[in-house]
Write a protein that binds this ligand. Structure first.
Ligand code: HEM
Ligand code: HEM
Length: 495
């Protein structure tokens, strides 16, 4: 029964031309993927404390489920929610309807098929084994087609605009849709036959590490950040009820981000494979990133001035504000942390430690997921003409915040301890011969044992976060259900 209604829902989406229906489909899909990836995250966190949990089954092992969590969170939840919100914003900024709702719904259907494909292939071990580029080749091609369809729809919509002055959000959206297909195509190497047998994917040797991080870094900067910031700039005046402090500053931020971000990739490989000069270039541009970052942050603080009290207002109207403000503050923290950890002396202490995992969640969860959640809370009642459950939303906020404080606090601390221990261990090696200089004072397993209490705290934080996020998912599903129930607005319109 459940499967039947899901299939009929998919067919309805595919063939639906109702205004805003593509935005709705994307938002609904994104929260379903969020529930999935957060369940996986909880399994991962449990395996930290009890490594034998679900042991013995290859497809449930940490190494198989981790890439599914990462790819599902990034390409499922975050990309789809951002796309849905962008499709909601687009007609409001251009003054015209989305070029084709039907095409938007078809894109959403294909996107879901992509993620279903990834959810089967990754646990079965079919992967290209390159971080953030794990999808197998057929899925890569599917994703490229999805990006092409989405780009076509968005550009056609913008082309119909009568007023040619573009608000900064549109710059960010259009930029994302130009840069992402290019980055994905080059980073996943569709262009070069690396095996001589018609193969695509990794390029030989050390070059692949550099290509992989050029790609990995650029999807962070030229897709997730740019989509997220486009949404951020739309909701900043809407939620704070103040006009944007400076349009000029926002455009300076856009162009400097476009110019500086692409040089940063090698900061993921400091003291790693690749030439020294490239590391120096990447570190220099990491510090220069403070310019676009502060353009956003200054605009944020100046626009939000006088509106911070709205965060503490419990009325439904101001519910999104607190999620949004936390997102803005977390962006500030992430992007001041970033240049600092790119410095060689700092990076040698923090690389390959939990600090980096903390940075990743500060960026993707505390910043951009909070901005997406704020936007969904704002958008849903308007799209579905019904209300959100306020009590559930408050529990969502507090549990997620409490969990995040524990999770991020413990990962940062564990990262510092772990980094220091790695350095002690490294001193035992002669890097010329690769042999141990003396009997190690610290064994690998000693580091794992030392971190065990941290893992347990991390697990508690993860549990609170997962509970909070699940309340969000339930709330969104209940809102859709209310709108789709007999007499509800969606059903009466036959959507
Ligand atoms: C000024 C901005 C930023 C700078 C300079 C910066 C710098 C860095 C550096 C140096 C690392 C490598 C750490 C290591 O492995 O030793 C890193 C990792 C990472 N950053 Fe950032 N960051 C910035 C903003 C962001 C933002 C906005 C996001 C997300 C949207 C992000 C997501 C990540 C992720 C996911 C990793 C981990 C990659 C991995 O190893 O899997 N960063 N960042
Ligand atoms: C309840 C919420 C979440 C929990 C408990 C959680 C937990 C975890 C865990 C345990 C890992 C593996 C860390 C390791 O291998 O050492 C991980 C990795 C990762 N997660 Fe999450 N996660 C959550 C939500 C999210 C969301 C919403 C996103 C993105 C939108 C995300 C993005 C990532 C990324 C990019 C990595 C790889 C980090 C790196 O390689 O440095 N996570 N997460």
């Amino acid at each position: 029964m459940g499967l039947l209604s899901l299939l009929s829902g998919l067919c309805r989406w595919n063939n639906n031309d109702e205004e805003n229906s593509a935005a709705r489909s994307f938002i609904l899909s994104s929260v379903l993927w969020l529930a999935f990836v957060v369940s996986l995250a909880l399994i991962l966190a449990t395996k930290f404390v009890w490594p034998d949990f679900l042991g013995g089954t290859a497809w449930l092992s940490f190494g198989r489920l981790r890439p599914l969590h990462v790819n599902g969170a990034l390409f499922g939840w975050l990309s789809m929610s951002s796309t849905g919100i962008m499709l909601y914003i687009l007609p409001r900024l251009t003054g015209v309807r989305l070029y084709s709702e039907r095409l938007g719904n078809l894109t959403c259907l294909l996107w879901n098929l992509l993620l279903i494909g990834a959810s089967i292939t990754l646990p079965l071990g079919y992967t290209q084994g390159r971080e953030y580029a794990e999808f197998i080749l057929p899925l890569d091609y599917l994703f490229m087609s999805i990006l092409a369809l989405l780009g076509y729809n968005v550009f056609k919509t913008v082309a119909r605009m009568k007023d040619k002055a573009m608000y900064v959000s549109l710059w960010y959206f259009l930029g994302s849709l130009v840069w992402m297909p290019f980055t994905y195509m080059v980073g996943n190497n569709f262009l070069m036959d690396t095996t001589g047998l018609g193969g695509r994917g990794p390029v030989p040797g050390v070059n692949d590490a550099m290509l992989n991080w050029w790609y990995g870094h650029n999807i962070i900067g030229m897709w997730f950040s740019t989509l997220g910031l486009g949404i951020f700039y739309y909701f900043l005046p809407v939620l704070t009820k103040n006009p944007l402090y400076s349009h000029r500053l926002s455009l300076i931020g856009f162009w400097t981000l476009a110019f500086f971000y692409v040089w940063n990739g090698q900061h993921h490989l400091i003291y790693g494979p690749g030439p020294d000069w490239l590391e120096d270039v990447a570190i220099t541009f990491s510090v220069l990133m403070l310019i676009p970052v502060f353009a956003v942050v200054y605009n944020f603080f100046k626009t939000a001035q006088g509106s911070w009290h709205l965060m503490f207002d419990n009325s439904p109207e101001h519910l999104p504000v607190r999620f949004f403000m936390i997102g803005g503050l977390a962006y500030f923290l992430t992007c001041t942390q970033g240049p600092f950890q790119a410095l060689k002396a700092v990076n040698s202490n923090l690389h390959l430690s939990y600090w980096v995992v903390a940075h990743a969640h500060l960026a993707f969860l505390a910043t951009f997921s909070f901005i997406s959640m704020a936007s969904i809370y704002y958008v849903l009642p308007r799209l579905l003409n019904t209300s959100i459950n306020l009590r559930l939303a408050h529990w969502h906020f507090w549990l997620l915040c409490l969990g995040l404080i524990i999770f991020l606090g413990i990962l940062h601390t564990a990262g510092i301890v772990q980094g220091a221990m790695w350095l002690v261990k490294l001193e035992e090696y002669d890097f010329v011969t690769g042999s141990a200089l003396f009997k190690p004072a610290v064994e690998f397993i000693d580091i794992v044992r030392l971190l065990h209490p941290f893992y347990f705290t991390l697990w508690l934080g993860a549990g609170l976060m997962a509970t909070g996020v699940m309340l969000f998912v339930v709330n969104v599903l209940l809102t859709f259900y209310k709108a789709d129930s007999p007499g509800g607005r969606l059903r009466s319109k036959g959507a």
